[in-house]
Design a binder for this molecule. Structure first.
Ligand SMILES: [Zn+2]
Length: 165
C-alpha cells in the first residue's frame, strides 16, 4: 500500500467508521454505498448514515500465523482472528496482549490502536486496530463484577434467611 493511500484511509482505520442503513439498521464496515441486505437495494440509496463501531466484539474464528507478510516478520507467530463485532460486521485483526494458547472462540475482545508495521525504507510507522482481551481494558467485566458481587451478597442473605426460619 502506498503512503498516500494509507493516509487517505487513516481516519476510517482509526475510528472504525462504517455506516448503517437507516431502512433496515444493518451496519457495514467498511461503509457501503447501498445496502445489500434490503430486498430492494435502491430503497437504501441515500439512506446510508455514518456509524462508528464500538470496537467491542468476540472471537468468531482464528488462526495462528507462522509465516508473516512482508513488514510483519518481527511478530510471528501471531493470532489472526475474525471478530464478530457487537454491531454485526466481521473484522479481521491480530489478537494481542494474550498468549496464543489462551485465545478461544467466543472470547470478548476490544479494538485497540497499535503500531501495525514499520516501513523500513520510507521510515513510516503504520498504525491501525488490533484486538486485545476486553477484561484487560477494565471494560465490560470490570463493570459487571460489582453487580455479580451484589448478586452473591443477595444470594447469601437469602440463604441465611432460609436457614433461620
Ligand atoms: Zn438495509
Amino acid at each position: 500500500m502506498t503512503v498516500a493511500r494509507f493516509w487517505r484511509e487513516t481516519p476510517r482505520r482509526y475510528n472504525l467508521g462504517g455506516n448503517r442503513c437507516s431502512a433496515c439498521t444493518t451496519v457495514y464496515f467498511p461503509p457501503r454505498a447501498v445496502c445489500p441486505t434490503c430486498q430492494k437495494h435502491r430503497q437504501s440509496l441515500g439512506k446510508m448514515e455514518p456509524f462508528t463501531l464500538s470496537g467491542d466484539g468476540e472471537v468468531f474464528s482464528f488462526t495462528l500465523v507462522h509465516e508473516a507478510a512482508e513488514g510483519f516478520e518481527m511478530q510471528v507467530p501471531y493470532v489472526l482472528a475474525l471478530i464478530k463485532t457487537t454491531e454485526g460486521p466481521l473484522l479481521t485483526g491480530q489478537i494481542v496482549d494474550i498468549s496464543h494458547e489462551e485465545v478461544h472462540i467466543g472470547m470478548r475482545v476490544r479494538a485497540a490502536f497499535r503500531k501495525l508495521r514499520e516501513d523500513g525504507r520510507a521510515g513510516v510507522i503504520h498504525y491501525g486496530y488490533k484486538f486485545s482481551p476486553a477484561r484487560e481494558n477494565g471494560g465490560r467485566e470490570a463493570v459487571a463484577s460489582p453487580v455479580s458481587q451484589e448478586a452473591l451478597a443477595r444470594a447469601a442473605a437469602r440463604t441465611q434467611g432460609t436457614a433461620r426460619t
